[in-house]
Design a protein around this ligand. Structure first.
Ligand SMILES: Cc1cc2nc3c(=O)[nH]c(=O)nc-3n(C[C@H](O)[C@H](O)[C@H](O)COP(=O)(O)OP(=O)(O)OC[C@H]3O[C@@H](n4cnc5c(N)ncnc54)[C@H](O)[C@@H]3O)c2cc1C
Length: 330
């Protein structure tokens, strides 16, 4: 049974019956037909294999970057198996600007539209014009426009109607030549005379300082999404906790940092066997060595039930948890 440990950044010791890389649609469908249970994987940075998977892991290696320049834009058509950070780095190198705030996010290009990756005031949907792929049930190709992708905060149609039903093969981006630099968020605001390159370098510096590097300490980034609650609920929270942060989402909702809620309940540094709530970033759970899927589920559920009891907020995992037969819910 081949090990999955190096195929997911959390690094739990799990295995599968078969691991098959593919670089085109035909070999994907050919391999897929040989096993009743399959799981499609990019870089494994948003997936945690909790236990041995009774089936095949199909690893996307569809590559290629096509570039077209118009008077006002750079257009890119990128293979889903390309590495996200390498794409951002080569855009910065080539003078194609806009995505520099999204530097150092692990994973593949094909997964970026699924949860509409975002960081430092920028979401990838700003640059996505369409997503190409294949429907798994009919093997027919599709191209979904930006509007059809139904992007939201860490959300898209690929997490709902199309969850587990498509292979994304290519993502199309447009980077306007007259792009506004975004430096409003956190430490980026301190940059004097910012350029795309200085933003790129600063984002890398900040992320390295704040987040554990999965190559050194297994983790899957933010374990939970930041909850969005209605304004009345937020107002009740501020009556009780005058320092609870909140960011307006439209006119009726407020986003509350999950890290604040978890920190407030004293989980920072709390560990169950080899799984620990990171001491400097409580939204990140880490594998300090020898952890099991059970340890992770126990700690995650403890955090969720404590947050629910204290703040009446139901946290939702941002990561995908995979059990014996496929995705499972906490
Ligand atoms: C240290 C760290 C920091 C992070 N920081 C951020 C951050 O700042 N912002 C952010 O938004 N995210 C962040 N993440 C989360 C993660 O990087 C993103 O979710 C990323 O897009 C996942 O890509 P992946 O290829 O590794 O996905 P995987 O884990 O391989 O796959 C995720 C899901 O997408 C599906 N999938 C993958 N590829 C395809 C495809 N081609 N077609 C159809 N379905 C597919 C898989 O089946 C799975 O369900 C972080 C993660 C880590 C470990």
């Amino acid at each position: 049974m081949p090990s999955l440990q190096s195929y997911h950044t959390f690094g739990l010791d799990a295995s599968s019956q078969q691991i098959t890389p593919f670089s085109d649609i035909e070999s994907f469908f050919d391999a897929r037909s040989r096993y009743p249970h399959n799981y499609l994987l990019g870089g494994g940075s948003n997936t945690i294999f909790l236990e041995d998977f009774e089936g095949q892991i199909l690893v996307n290696e569809i590559t290629g970057i096509e570039h077209n320049e118009t008077e006002s834009t750079h257009e890119l058509r990128v293979g889903a198996g390309e590495n996200w950070h390498q794409l951002v780095a080569s855009c910065v190198d080539n003078g194609w600007h806009g995505m520099e705030n999204l530097a150092l996010i692990p994973g593949s290009v094909g997964a970026c539209p699924i949860q509409n990756i975002g960081a430092y005031g920028v979401e990838v949907e700003t640059f996505i014009t369409s997503v190409e792929g294949v429907y798994l049930d009919s093997n027919t190709r599709f191209t979904l426009s930006h509007a059809e992708c139904l992007f939201g905060y860490r959300d898209s149609i690929f997490k709902h109607e199309l969850a587990g039903k498509v292979l994304i093969t290519h993502v199309n981006f447009v980077l306007p030549k007259q792009n506004q630099l975004i430096t409003t968020y956190g430490e980026l605001a301190a940059l004097s005379d910012p350029t795309p390159l200085s933003i790129f370098n600063e984002v890398i510096r900040i992320r390295r300082a704040k987040l554990p590097d999965p190559a050194e300490l297994g983790n899957a980034g933010s374990f939970f999404k930041n909850p969005v609650i209605d304004n009345a609920h937020y107002s009740r929270l501020t009556d009780e906790f005058d320092d609870v942060p909140g960011y307006a989402v439209g006119s009726e909702h407020t986003k509350v940092p999950a890290a604040w809620l978890i920190d407030r309940l004293g989980f920072k540094g709390r560990a169950i066997n080899g799984v620990r709530c990171h001491p400097t970033q409580p939204l990140v759970l880490t594998n300090t060595g020898g952890a099991t899927g059970k340890d992770l589920v126990t700690l995650a559920r403890e955090i969720m039930s404590s947050v629910k009891a204290r703040f009446t907020i139901m946290l939702e995992p941002e990561v995908r948890l995979v059990g014996r037969k496929g995705l499972i819910e906490l």
